[in-house]
Design a binder for this molecule. Structure first.
Ligand SMILES: Nc1ncnc2c1ncn2[C@@H]1O[C@H](COP(=O)(O)OP(=O)(O)OP(=O)(O)O)[C@@H](O)[C@H]1O
Ligand SMILES: [Mg+2]
Length: 461
């Protein structure tokens, strides 16, 4: 086990270790957050005795070639990813081989569907195969356009003989199993570009997660996830929204608006260079009052003088945040009753550093609001444990949750994505791997997990 204290002393910079244990099993969990402002690579190490994972380092590099969460220049994006990988490798003193990647993009849709299967005439216990069947039944109800594909299939709730609220029906007895399933659909090209970018930068993609899900897992407490909470990650180019209720994500989406819009607004309304607008926006507080509000900021850029009033900067920032929260986010979560959101709003991402944003958002949405550090912040490297690293840390939590419960956040096998360039469902008969299947290792796709389940059932009978 690598020790954080050693890392703090910088000694690991000089160590080059292997990524494998003596038994050849991978012991590292790696997450890569492909952001518009920065690329982050989080590395966690699994403790062999407890199976728990601890973050041992986070690499980061400025992001180029990305706009509104999408890759717009592949070569530039590859360079940024490479830089972040090598930063992480230097920090932990290990060579990284594969990662689960968090990404976003504007056309993320989350669609709900229902499925139902019969368990027979007389009651019998639900087997994992039945769970698989009911998920497939719900997936057939989702129509996926030709150029889009399902990234996640997330069971929201199971029903047994009409009784809902069931978290995991395995082993429970009944005659009819139903499911309420959430499918996250993304454009196939977006997925392919992400895969292409990260693999060309040198890491094999072992899994994919949509950013708002990673962010929510990275910051919501168990109580908040149960009570009903909106998790909002406002980054540079996007805003990720996740509504959690009863511990499950009910809604996931990405709004293509972020802190870059605030910077651009300041630059264009108050007529100043982008670099200065970016700097100034980080200094103001949303409830700047008293004498300070009348203050004038004066500066020179390349021999030209500029000036603006603090209160005008605040006005521009507030305006954009009001549009984001009162219009875009409100509309996005309109299907969720406010009475189901007693946990309020929890925020992360670079924009959450805006002074007094919690007060403003609480007013705008009329619910409690707080800004959150990563749940794992005290075990993350200092300087890389702030609000903008919540989504990166959340990838590790996503990987662990998926491992503990393979049916919670299903995603397709990466081989399928590579081979077929897309898929309309997380799993279908034709897509399942043919022939003997190797032991499923951590972090693999749903197709392989199904094979393992099938094999264990075969062995049983
Ligand atoms: N102190 C601050 N006050 C206000 N905004 C800030 C502050 N610090 C950073 N930001 C803004 O946060 C944004 C970057 O946030 P973050 O690092 O979370 O983005 P990202 O994850 O790379 O992007 P995305 O998730 O949208 O793809 C930038 O617009 C930056 O200007
Ligand atoms: Mg982000």
């Amino acid at each position: 086990m690598l020790n954080f204290n050693i890392w703090r002393g910088g000694l690991l910079l000089f160590k080059k270790l292997s990524t494998s244990t003596a038994h050849g099993d991978p012991e590292l969990l790696v997450g890569l957050d492909l952001g518009t402002t920065k690329v982050s690579v989080v590395v966690a190490e699994r403790e062999s005795r407890t199976g728990e994972a601890q973050i041992i380092g986070i690499g980061s590099a400025p992001s180029n070639g990305m706009r509104k969460g999408l890759i717009v220049n592949l070569e530039q994006a590859i360079r940024s990813v490479r830089q972040a990988i090598s930063d992480a490798e230097n920090m932990v003193g290990l060579e990284l081989k594969e990662a689960t990647v968090a990404f976003s993009g504007s056309e993320v849709r989350s669609v709900r569907s229902k499925g139902m299967v019969s368990l027979g005439r007389s009651p019998r216990p639900v087997m994992q195969l039945d769970v698989e069947r009911v998920i497939e039944a719900a997936q057939t109800e989702v129509s996926v356009p030709a150029n889009q594909c399902v990234l996640h299939a997330i069971p929201v709730e199971y029903f047994l003989d009409g009784h809902g609220g069931i978290d995991d029906p395995s082993g429970m007895t009944g005659v009819r199993l139903e499911i309420d399933l959430q499918s996250v659909i993304v454009p196939t090209a977006v997925l392919q570009n992400v895969l292409n970018c990260v693999e060309r930068a040198g890491l094999e993609v072992s899994g994919l997660v949509i950013k708002p899900l990673a962010s929510a897992l990275g910051m919501l407490s168990k109580e908040e996830a149960m009570a009903g909470t909106v998790a909002v990650d406002v980054g540079g180019g996007t805003t990720g929204v996740a509504v959690f209720l009863d511990g499950r994500p009910r809604h996931l989406s990405v709004i293509p608006v972020g802190g870059d819009h605030i910077t651009n607004d300041i630059a264009s309304v108050l007529k100043m260079p982008i670099s200065k607008a970016e700097e100034i926006k980080k200094e103001v507080s949303l409830f700047e009052g008293g004498d300070g509000a009348e203050d004038v900021i004066e500066f020179d850029v390349r021999g030209r003088s500029y000036s603006c009033r603090v209160m005008d900067v605040v006005e521009v920032v507030r305006c954009r945040l009001e549009e984001l929260y009162s219009v875009l986010i409100k509309r996005d979560i309109a299907d969720v009753s406010p009475s189901n959101l007693s946990g309020g709003v929890v925020m992360c991402g670079g924009v959450a550093k805006t002074a007094d944003i919690d007060v403003l958002v609480s007013e705008l949405l009329d619910m409690p609001a707080r800004v959150s550090l990563p749940l794992d912040h005290d075990r993350m490297p200092p300087g890389r444990n702030g609000v903008e690293f919540v989504s990166a840390a959340g990838i590790i939590r996503y990987m662990l949750e998926k491992e503990r419960n393979p049916f919670r956040y299903m995603e397709p096998s990466m081989d399928l994505v590579r081979r077929q360039g897309g898929y309309s469902r997380v799993v279908t008969e034709e897509q399942r791997p043919k022939g003997p299947v190797e032991r499923v290792s951590r972090g693999h796709g749903f197709g392989e997990i199904l094979e393992r389940i099938k094999r264990s059932i075969e062995e049983l009978f």
